[in-house]
Write a protein that binds this ligand. Sequence first.
Ligand code: GAF
Length: 375
Amino acid sequence: MSIGEVFLATYGRAHELAWRAPGRANLIGEHTDHSGGLALPFALPWGVTVAAARNAVGTVRLRSLQRDVPTGPRTLRADDQGSGWERYVTGVFWALRAAGHEVGGADLLIDGDVPAGAGLGSSAALEVAVACALNELYGLGLADRDLVEVARAAENEVAGVPCGMLDQAASTLCREGHALFLDCASGGGRNVPLRPSDHGLTLLIIDTGVRRELSDGRYARRRAECEDAARLLGVESLREVEDLAGSLATLNATLAARVRHVVTENHRVEAAVGLLRAGAVADLGALLNATHLSLRDQFEVSCPELDAAVEAAVRGGARGARMLGGGFGGSALALVPDDRVATVRQAVGAAFDERGWGTPRFLPAVPSAGARKVD
Ligand code: GAF
């Protein structure tokens, strides 16, 4: 059955439109967005589709094909924010209304294939798809950058995750065959060609199977440490730190490590963009390795499974590898010559097997399109 047919069967009437927004991977530039820094995400082929129609009763009616409730769609009153994943949806209604937009009720059917909790931006994909659908349904005329802000506000204020803009911007602004050079201070982004297959390379996502919630407090603590450091250094955000050595000397060991990560990571993003523009895609590997060490040792957001995946991937022939996203679990990203993909999979699988961990999942990722109308 098509999503339109399921919508009809669920709500007894036709949908008006459907939008799809993708999950994301981040080539490089991790844990920089909340400090006004640089990042280089690309959109994944997996995403969330939302079919929608306005309703006259002013409620939000919701059904997810993945997280269905046996009784059928849930009905939420205008002031009810729901629980769990529903908050990513109701958060968008809240954020639009908080920004002064007139949004009535809607019936929504949600169908997604981004692996949840794998650090691949599944919640942002849902928020962005809902924001795009409501933007069009209610004729709000919001531009892409406004939609990014709405989706981020939904996640910050209603879902309770103090994330930066990376995931929502990637899901909204990325283009097929490109990475997005994102400046989180201005919110601006430029698309840079990224076609690893032209260079005989595969971007391989390794889902460790370790699930984590960004709302568990550890992400918020890292972000607060960056804000404390910025305050002590007398700058608005860590993006403004110029004299790294001098700055580090004034901070305690923990804050110095956080600042070292953020500042050097911004430089790695610039270096990566330079390599992409020069067509030297394989040389990105060394930068990915450096980012992993920095996230592991300075920002301290890795975990044994991510470290083992990265180490085994490089041993198996990857040009470079690193943990992906917020950390503490989820996925790693490896840049692998096409003829070494099987060896890398084998090496990572064996490393997990030896330690008695569950089998990791391998997902070759092709840089894909950002949010788009599909019906
Ligand atoms: C998560 C957050 F949602 C992003 O905003 C970003 O901080 C990322 O972790 C780390 O780069 O995906």
